[in-house]
Design a protein around this ligand. Sequence first.
Ligand code: CO
Length: 208
Amino acid sequence: MNIEQIFLNNKVWIEQKLKNDAAYFENLSKGQNPKLLYIGCSDSRVTAEELMGVQPGEVFVYRNIANMIPNTDLSAMSVINYAVTHLKVDNIVVCGHYYCNGVKAAMQSADLGILNPWLRNIRDVYRLHKPELDALQSEEEKYKRLVELNVQEQCFNVIKTPDVQKAYKERKLTVHGWVFDVHSGNLIDLKINFGKILEEIMEIYRII
Ligand code: CO
């Protein structure tokens, strides 16, 4: 990738934006009021705004390897705290994707150095759902299902935080689990029953 080209692209982008709306950047500089927090994978093929068709200012975005929300991760917890308590988002999305290399790495027996503790969280997801995953015939099916189950477990991790539990009580904040299919471009809603899961989760993880 040509780094200089990026700055040329930027100039073209500014021109295009100003052609449609002369006050575009002036308005953008006034502040942000996003109502959705998007948690996704850092994978270069899985964008946030582009695949949802939204504009700058509409979505608060957090991406890391395999869209993980370990409750001991300061970065993930800070993003949730800021989005829920200060920006007051109404929806949180955890969006995984098929063909996720992070999930694939966690399915293999290999020492990946600093990545080991991060990917170990995905191995835990496998252990939690081992009977279902082992019953699947092909590696491809297991891989896809583990991507979905990882999204589900990361939604649970979001729900385990006191900020989210408080916001649900106060203003019915909702958590969604999605998967982006890199092969077709489709965004798939896993239809996680937030209310029901929240009740079950609260039996053990109730904080407030
Ligand atoms: Co990924």
